[in-house]
Every structure is written in structure tokens, then in C-alpha cells.
Write a protein of this length. Structure first.
Length: 304
């Protein structure tokens, strides 16, 4: 009798666990279907299109193998765009990171007013890209009515950086960094505030200076956040498009051409969707490499 009761109990427990498992799958199904529809399907379609000659209209793309990749790799403009993306990545891995981290550390001491500062710093990030671009084009970079025009009226030999082949890329990057660094400030501040207060107090009592406090107390606790932001910056840098297109459309004379604008031209100017998809795969490759590096480092442990 005891054996029969135990078996019945195990059977009931098994049915309950199977029911819970099915409920979990049912709750996950909408998210999985959405990811499948808007991520996996377009990704597979892009990968297939990269090996075809398709104008975006015909119903029968012609398979061309690796011809699209051979043509873009033989194009000097592709390498120029790739170089600009690398420069863009280096800029974003340094300037906004240093600004964001430095400001976050300073805000740690502003207990009452830091919420106000966070809102102010985050405003450019939450505004539409077209709004930020118009502000800089009309108020900052305008050679007649903007800050640049005012400085010229004061006798300074200055011009809009967007009009110079050597400075156009940095002029566009400055706008995007102005929009982005406040976001990093908020993220880093949130991570810094998770540092145990007793460790900070103990280090302060030991007489460490500000740099030592950051290096040996704060940094070990936020290393994973810093690494994640580095990966996100690399990914976003190789996807950079909005501010480049809004401010210069890749000009003047391709001095701000990026892989994204290069692919955009193929897709919507010459209707060579196969080549555009091939460029898109190259862009995704760099983000994939960054993700693998982050995964590898996180498995090893950030505190090692």
C-alpha cells in the first residue's frame, strides 16, 4: 500500500512539473516568436541575399556566390569606410567613456543633486537624433548664424568642421559623442553605487587618495559593466548611421563615409541589394567578434 501511494505521489509530482514546464514554455512563446520574426528571419534573409544579385524588386534573385564580397573588397571606398568605422570606434572607446566615468565619479559626492544632473546629462540621449542634428547644424556649426559664424565675426579664422575633408568625420563624431556620453554617465553611476559602502569607508580610513579609491575599490566592482559597455560601443560604432546621414550623408567627398552609408547607397541609390547585404554581413561580423570576446572574458571572470 505504501509503495502504491509513493508511486501515485511521484506520478502527481511529475504531472505537476510537466504542467509548470508547459506553462513556462507558453509564457516564453510570444517573446520567442517575436525574436524569430524580427531577428532570425531578417538575419537569414540578409545572409542569403548577400550571395545574390537582386535589385529589390524582381521575384527571382540570381545566385552569384561570393562575387558581391569580391567586388566590395576590391572597392577602395569600402576600405575607406572601414577605416572611418575603426576611427569612430577608437574615438567612442575613449572620449565619451572617460567623460562618462569621470562625471559619474564626481556625481557620487553629489547625493542631493545628482538626480537632477542625471536628467540633464541624459536629455541629449532621449531626444530624437534629427533634433540633435538640427541643433548642431543650425546653432553650433552654422557658418552664418551659429556659434561658428559668431566666432568668424569676431575675427577668428574658423570654419564648420563639416565643410573640411580632414575634420568632417570628427565633427560628426563630436555630435554623436555629445548625445551618447550622458547615457554612459548614468550607467556608470548606477554601477558605482553598487560598491559596498563599508569597503569605501575602510579605504577612506586607510588614507587612500581619490585615484587609489577608484582603482582598487570601485573599478573591480564595475569591471563587468565597463566591459559590457565596451562591447556595446563596438557594436554601435560599426552600425553608426543616423548622425552621419543627417549631418553629411557620407560627404564631403566621402570623408565621412561609413559602412552603413556605403551599404545604404548600394541598397537605395543603385538598388544593388546583394552588395548592401554583403556589407551588412561584414558590419555584423565585427559586432559578433566583440560579443565573443565579451563572452570569453566573462567566463574567465572579470575579477581574475
Amino acid at each position: 500500500m505504501t509503495t502504491i501511494t509513493a508511486r501515485a505521489s511521484r506520478g502527481a509530482l511529475g504531472r505537476r512539473l510537466r504542467g509548470e514546464r508547459l506553462a513556462h514554455y507558453a509564457l516564453l512563446a510570444p517573446a520567442l516568436l517575436l525574436s524569430f520574426a524580427i531577428v532570425l528571419v531578417p538575419a537569414v534573409a540578409t545572409a542569403i541575399t548577400a550571395f545574390t544579385d537582386w535589385n529589390g524588386i524582381s521575384s527571382s534573385p540570381a545566385f552569384v556566390g561570393i562575387e558581391n564580397f569580391q567586388e566590395i573588397l576590391a572597392d577602395g571606398l569600402f576600405w575607406k569606410a572601414l577605416q572611418h568605422n575603426v576611427i569612430w570606434t577608437v574615438l567612442f572607446l575613449t572620449v565619451p567613456v572617460v567623460l562618462g566615468m569621470g562625471t559619474a565619479v564626481l556625481l557620487l559626492t553629489r547625493r542631493r543633486s545628482r538626480s537632477v544632473y542625471q536628467v540633464i546629462f541624459l536629455l541629449p540621449y532621449v531626444l530624437a537624433a534629427v533634433t540633435n542634428a538640427l541643433v548642431w547644424l543650425n546653432i553650433i556649426y552654422n557658418p552664418i548664424a551659429g556659434v561658428v559664424g559668431y566666432l568668424k565675426d569676431q575675427g577668428l579664422a574658423i570654419e564648420s568642421p563639416l565643410a573640411n575633408l580632414d575634420t568632417a568625420l570628427y565633427g560628426v563624431a563630436a555630435v554623436d559623442m555629445w548625445h551618447y556620453w550622458g547615457f554612459l554617465t548614468v550607467v556608470y553611476l548606477a554601477a558605482l553605487r553598487q560598491t559596498p559602502a563599508e569597503q569605501v569607508e575602510a579605504a577612506t580610513l586607510d588614507g587612500v587618495n581619490a585615484w587609489q579609491l577608484f582603482r582598487y575599490v570601485y573599478l573591480p566592482h564595475i569591471r563587468s559593466t565597463v566591459a559590457l559597455m565596451f562591447v556595446m560601443i563596438v557594436i554601435f560604432s560599426f552600425l553608426a548611421f543616423d548622425y552621419v546621414y543627417l549631418l553629411t550623408q557620407g560627404g564631403p567627398a566621402h570623408s565621412t563615409e561609413m559602412l552603413s552609408t556605403y551599404a545604404y547607397t548600394f541598397a537605395f541609390a543603385t538598388f544593388q541589394f546583394g552588395k548592401a547585404a554583403a556589407v551588412g554581413l561584414v558590419m555584423g561580423l565585427f559586432g559578433l567578434i566583440a560579443s565573443f570576446v565579451y563572452t570569453f572574458v566573462s567566463r574567465k571572470g572579470f575579477d581574475a
